[in-house]
Design a protein around this ligand. Sequence first.
Ligand code: ADP
Ligand code: TRP
Length: 328
Amino acid sequence: MKTVVSGVRPTGNLHLGNYFGALHNFVKMQDDYKCYFFIADLHSLTTHPNPADLKSNVHNILANYLAAGIVPEKSVIYAQSDLPETTELYLYLNMLASLGELSRCTSFKDKARENPANINAGLLTYPTLMAADILIHKADFVPVGKDQLQHLEMTRTFANRFNAMYNVKYFNEPQAFNFGEKPLKVPGLDGKSKMGKSEGEMNAIYLSDTDEAIRKKIMRAVTDSGPTALGQEKPEVIENIFSLVRIISGEETYNFYNGKYNNMEIRYGDMKKQLAEDTVRFVTPFREKIISLLADKKYLDDVLAEGAAQAHDSAKKTVAEVRGIIGF
Ligand code: ADP
Ligand code: TRP
C-alpha cells in the first residue's frame, strides 16, 4: 500500500476552501492508502506562539479534522511535536541543505519580507523540517496545494542528496498528489477569488461558524447591481458567488439562478438567502461535532497519543536505518 503524508499548521479553524479543496479528498484517501496526517506544531514555533495558544490550537485543528471525517481507526493522526524522530532526521537533512537554496525559497523570502524582525533559523530551515516530516515515513505521495510544491521539490532534492552522499538508494522521491486533473478552488465571499484564512473576517465560512455568522457573511457577500443585458457574461465577483452556489447548493440551484441571471430576473438577495440556508445546513453537523469533540479533551489527547504511538513505529525504523547509513 502506498504511503501518504500531509500536515497542517495549527493556525485557526478550517474553512470551506480547506474542506472542498483538500480535506474531503483526504477523507476519501483513507481507504486506499496508508495515511499519516499530522499537525505541524513545531513549524508554528517559527512565529513564537504562547504555550496556551499552541495547545488549544492543536486541539482545535484536531477537532476540525475529526469532524470532517478523518478517522483515527483508518489513519494515523498525530502532533509533529510528539514524534522526536522527525527532529532527528531534520538535523541530518540540515547538514545537506545549503544556505543559498534555503534562502532562495519563496516562502522564506515572503516571510522574511513580511516580518523582518523575526528571521530565525527555524524559518530558514522550514523546508528541511517539512522534508523530514515526509521522509520519516518514506511517503510516496504528499497531497498539498500549489504553494507547497517548491517545498516538495526541495524534499526530493534532499532525499537524492542523502542517497548520493552515502551511496545508497534509500529514499525515494515523494510526489505531489493532485486529486484528479483540476483541483477545486473555492472563492471567497468578499469577491476575492480564493477563500482563505488570511483574507479577513468576511471572506471565509468556517466549519465551526455559527448559523448567525454564516447568514451575516453570506448576506453581505459582494455582488453588483445586476446584469444589464440578456445572457451577459458574469463579472468575477458574480462568477465567484455562483461558484459557491454550485459547490454548496448544488447544480440544480445553480441552474435555476443562472437562468434568472441570463433572463435579467436575478434577485441576488433571494439567491444569497438560499445559499445561506444551504450553507447553514451543510456546516451545522460539522460545528456540532467540533463542539462536542472540544468538550472532551481527554479523547483528543487519546487520539494524539495513539497516533504518536503508530507514527513512532514507522519513524523509529527510518531513523535506525538512517543512523546506520550515516555511520552511527
Ligand atoms: P489558507 O489559504 O486559508 O491559509 P492553507 O494554505 O492552510 O489555507 O491550505 C490548506 C489546504 O487547503 C491546502 O491543501 C490548500 O490547497 C487548500 N485550500 C485552501 N484554500 C482553498 C480554497 N479557497 N479552495 C480550494 N482549496 C483550498
Ligand atoms: N508547510 C505546510 C503548509 O504550510 C504544512 C506542512 C508541514 C506539510 N509539513 C508538511 C504539508 C509535510 C505536507 C507534508 O501548509
